[in-house]
Design a protein around this ligand. Sequence first.
Ligand code: NAP
Length: 287
Amino acid sequence: MPATIIDGKALARQIREEIRRDTEIFLREHGRPPGLAVILVRDDPASKTYVRNKGRACDEVGFFSRQEHLPATTPQKDLIALVESFNRDASIDGILVQHPMPKHIDEATIFRTIESQKDVDGFHPLNVGNLCIGQECLISCTPLGVIEMLRRYEVPLLGKRAVIAGRSNIVGKPMIQLLLREHATVTVCHSRTVDLPGECRNADVLIVAIGKPEFVRADSIKPGATVIDVGTNFIERDGKNVQVGDVAFEEAKEIAAAISPSPGGVGPMTITMLLSNTLQAARWHVK
Ligand code: NAP
């Protein structure tokens, strides 16, 4: 039987509507909307589109938003000064500096400069640490989106074997903590894992975030597993530039019980979790 498609786009629409309603209440109670500042330090069109989309998403749910486009040559100290000005700005609840940043900028320093309660990307060491020890914190948007997809599709996690392919700071590592929090038994794979397909075949829930187009094939999937494909890759197919995930979707959907596509899966959830984190931060700031 073909798999249930975990429709990230529809879920994202539903959650954004919930956020829009909560924003109306927030505005009534506190006299201002939640505010998000997005800083872009580069000139490429793809990043500009990301930032523009974040601005649009804010408008949709009724947030106040600021977008700052800085040239790629901006000195680190100027970027730090801008972040610090948003740290002090009471109309701003969330600050996001779009990455990757130019080479002369130390991303870790920038992430540490963002006030931890405005760090809606969840990259500040305080937020990363608090996630590990189970304290309230802001959590990286992509893994947060994945766990929300699993929760809303009622995928059982307690006592289940979860396998994560990829151990990046923004996806794989926070994903470990979120799955542990749900009492899954978690295995993490990476480029030195000896038998990736074998590890994946053990998974009741398989999360793939490796950045390799259609790398995980049907023979790496346990029949009846749930598969979440975080991968966002662009390849040439039939003369067109198309987006594909890290999982060979067409064949995987014949084996899995449920699977998220790419595009239309994790991507729309990530930006939605950014809105959710900003609302969460705003609630802390008015307390
Ligand atoms: P990343 O920082 O490049 O990390 C890739 C991870 O995959 C690393 O841990 C790497 O292992 C592992 N890996 C690479 N090749 C492997 C292989 N052959 N076998 C096993 N593991 C392998 O990537 P990322 O930022 O986590 O992103 C991963 C994918 O998700 C990309 O396609 C990205 O575009 C996508 N993504 C999507 C969203 C979204 O919102 N939809 C958000 C973030 C990322 P090592 O650690 O050993 O190098």
